[in-house]
Design a binder for this molecule. Structure first.
Ligand code: GLC
Length: 527
């Protein structure tokens, strides 16, 4: 058992790093990242000090939703490489002490998946019930009022068999029927296929949507919806999401992982905290890490962040391990949301909170929103609903000052940021005060101090601008003071003159100078 001194498991004290494979490193000049590219950058990831790499989907796919439309759960899309490339990647990652987490997309397949082709071929198909087919209303309307997450109705009419099929996302992503035992068995076998190959866990896509109301009742209207909110928000997601029976499915999935040693089940769940925490499951036999997305959504001020932390800590079930996420491929990047200076404070927050942190690739070099010209938009959601486009957060990683920032020798599938000549790993590595070196130092600090990774959390003070908390383990006690404002603020009296382990400004580590918290500064202090 790979346990730290504290007795914690790798996915508890470890740090997860999300790679969006299309945008990480291209090796064959097609402008899209690939598995040999991730392989090439393993040394970078190991040197950064992260523990696990979560790779967004790499399965064969028509790419209608860039891999979240899977046509075969047990292979690799040629765009990304081969199973041999994958095995080599896992072996080399493991040789460096890095775990590999795959994205698993169980809610829907591609409409080109052989299962769906069979299912739609006839009402008598043995796989008909693997998807959710219904008759329309007598007036020709779809079976109910549900809206797709990407806009438009969640139902598409199939001329050949005269019924509608449900798709919570694109019409090219038909929803599987998780009430069908054969679907479950087939999907669990897909999990085993990868677990047998040495995969250390899964991030399960939209896990809270897997089970729908048996009667498929209409969702209630949402009286608070306003434009330009996404169309899906017009309805309250009640009968299509977070259904009680979903927990049985998740417990089964978890049992499959538990057939193997120390694997982790991470669930993608966008729900209020009270609901989110139920995903740890009965007796903690659900997801070990139901993703906690509060930092993606909370107002960026000291009081709101303090409340997010305290509410979460209070609601966690006994024994449930916390986690924190600062960015992902679906949401605006942290630098775009709070600005470059506060993004450094956010990095310190992420690396000093209790619970497993997930870093989104590129955040460590301060990538921000990259504007995409309308003719270059790729994201199907962005095409349907331009305000919702996710491309600005999915642009290529910037490695060096060469052409295309070292990402590709061809034309990148999405544009680089305008400042890529300066904002790249090589340039930032050479700059002691860079955000990349801040990330490196924070990660190293977290690894060096159990108090930061697995220690207890206690809020010490909060006002309109400053958040102060303590992390402790055994005899060690560290204090984190974050200035969420853009003006200088005094440190609480008890902390004046204590030793600074690290400042987000990168210029006074190791000193004991009693200076106040400067604008947008975060400090880790050792009383
Ligand atoms: C999840 C993924 C997102 C994808 C959607 C449909 O939310 O993170 O990228 O489009 O599910 O699979």
């Amino acid at each position: 058992m790979a346990q730290a001194a504290s007795g914690s498991l790798w996915w508890q004290h470890g740090i997860v790093y999300q790679v969006y494979p299309r945008s990480f490193q291209d090796t064959n000049g097609d402008g899209v990242g690939d598995l040999p590219g991730i392989h090439r950058r393993l040394d970078y990831l190991a040197s950064l000090g992260v523990d696990a790499v979560w790779i967004s989907p790499i399965y064969p796919s028509p790419m209608a939703d860039f891999g979240y439309d899977v046509a075969d759960y047990c292979d690799i899309d040629p765009l990304f490489g081969t199973l041999a490339d994958f095995d080599a990647l896992v072996a080399e990652a493991h040789a460096r002490g890095l775990k590999v987490i795959l994205d698993f997309v169980p809610n829907h397949t591609s409409d080109r998946h052989p299962w769906f082709l069979d299912s739609r071929s006839s009402r008598k198909s043995a796989k008909r019930d693997w998807y959710i087919w219904r008759d329309g209303k007598p007036d020709g309307a779809p079976p109910n009022n549900w809206i797709s997450h990407f806009g438009g109705p969640a139902w598409t009419f199939d001329e050949a068999t005269g019924q509608w099929y449900l798709h919570s996302f694109l019409r090219q992503q038909p929803d599987l029927n998780w009430r069908n035992a054969d679907v479950r068995a087939a999907m669990y076998d897909a999990l085993r296929f990868w677990l047998d190959r040495g995969v250390d866990g899964f991030r399960v896509d939209v896990i809270w949507l897997l089970i729908k109301d048996e009667a498929l009742r209409d969702n209630p209207l949402n009286p608070t919806w306003q434009p330009p909110g996404a169309e899906i928000g017009k309805l309250i997601q009640f009968y299509n999401a977070d259904r009680p029976e979903v927990h049985d499915v998740i417990a089964e999935m978890r049992a499959v992982l538990d057939e193997f040693n120390e694997r982790v089940l991470i669930g993608e769940i966008y729900l209020p905290l009270e609901r989110l925490v139920t995903y740890y499951g009965k007796e903690l036999k659900g997801a070990q890490l139901p993703f906690n997305f509060q930092l993606l959504e909370t107002a960026w001020n000291a009081r709101a962040i303090a409340k997010a932390i305290e509410d979460y800590e209070r609601l966690l079930p006994s024994g449930g391990w916390p986690n924190w996420v600062l960015g992902n491929h679906d949401r605006p990047r942290i630098a775009a949301r709070v600005g470059e200076r506060q993004a450094r404070v956010a990095a310190m927050l992420l690396m000093t909170l209790r619970g497993t942190p997930t870093i989104y690739y590129g955040d460590e070099i301060g990538l921000s929103r990259v504007e995409i010209p309308p003719e270059a938009v790729q994201d199907p959601w962005g095409i349907n609903e331009p305000d919702q486009g996710r491309d600005p957060s999915r642009t290529p990683m910037q490695w060096d000052g060469g052409p295309q920032a070292g990402f590709t020798s061809g034309k990148p599938w999405l544009p680089l940021s305008d400042d890529h000549a300066a904002r790249n790993v090589a340039a930032l590595e050479a700059d002691a005060g860079s955000v990349l070196n801040l990330y490196r130092a924070l990660i190293a600090l977290r690894r060096a101090h159990l108090a930061l990774s697995v220690g207890a959390f206690r809020l010490r003070a909060v006002d309109d601008d400053v958040l102060v908390y303590e992390r402790s383990s055994g005899d060690e006690r560290l204090v984190v003071a974050l200035n969420l404002s853009s003006h200088d603020r005094p440190l609480p009296d008890a902390l004046a003159g204590v030793s600074v382990l690290i400042s987000t400004h990168g210029d006074r580590s190791g000193v004991r100078d009693g200076t106040p918290l400067r604008a947008d500064e975060g400090l880790v202090l050792k009383p």
